[in-house]
Design a protein around this ligand. Structure first.
Ligand code: C5P
Length: 226
């Protein structure tokens, strides 16, 4: 199967309280973006990589891509949008002819290659597959005053990670439909779910955490150094 990888890397990183956007902070002497891309370098069938980033970092991102991917993988860097979803929509416009599209956050540097491959297999079979882990904490649904409305059975709750992998036509249809209806989701699968199409969770690992808060950055540095 021919594959394309989309990396949204255009977040402002408000929760990190740093000047440099998260993907360009260094861990172990290397940018988080580069660490994140490494597990995908030898992925079989990978034809294309598109990174969406803020305008000041277009050149930096292109250099990183060229330094780690072999020449046969087409790479491009584009400007991101206001929300993650807009960044990915922009990236979708660049895709060439591939079967599967992998979307992976720029700030998840610890995904295991075996989990990427397993997720690709499941997406190939069912159309849409998402890496995740069973919820560790009990999750409450609250109202806007923080009063608890519901405690869903934890046995059926999973935390969603990336990569989220889709047949290309399905992801394109989902994004077009979301744009048409002004729907903004916090992940890609939720756009596909709106179409009533199946999305299968694939069990990954807690190590595939997203670097969001300063504490996550500390944890990432510890992991790299061990
Ligand atoms: O904000 P959050 O941590 O959920 O962002 C997940 C990923 O989406 C990050 O890699 C971030 O850089 C990216 N993003 C983006 N465009 C935005 C907002 C976030 O590419 N407008």
């Amino acid at each position: 199967t021919k594959k394309a990888l989309i990396i949204p890397a255009a977040g402002s990183g408000r929760r990190m309280q740093k000047e440099t956007p998260k993907p360009y902070l260094k861990i172990g002497g290397v940018s988080i973006l580069e660490q994140t891309l490494r597990p995908f370098v030898l992925l079989s069938g990978l034809r294309q990589v598109v990174v969406a980033t803020s305008d000041e970092y277009l050149g930096v991102a292109q250099q990183i891509l060229e330094s780690i991917f072999p020449e046969k993988v087409e790479t491009c860097v584009i400007s991101g949008g206001e929300e993650r979803q807009h960044s990915i929509y922009n990236a979708l416009q660049e895709l060439t002819s591939v079967d599967l599209v992998l979307v992976h956050d720029a700030v998840r540097p610890f995904v295991a290659k075996q989990h990427i491959e397993e997720c690709c297999r499941v997406a190939d079979q069912f159309g849409a597959a998402v890496l995740g882990v069973p919820a560790k904490d009990t999750i409450k649904r609250v109202d806007d005053q923080q009063f608890v409305q519901e405690t869903p059975n934890r046995a059926f709750l999973w935390q969603t990670q990336t990569p989220q992998i889709f047949r290309k036509e399905l992801l394109e249809e989902a994004y077009e439909d979301a744009i048409r209806h002004d729907f903004i989701g916090t992940d890609d699968a939720s756009l596909v779910e709106r179409l009533g199409k199946p999305v299968k969770m694939v069990k990954g690992s807690q190590s595939n955490f997203k670097i969001t808060y300063p504490m996550d950055l500390e944890l990432a540095k510890l992991r790299i150094n061990n």
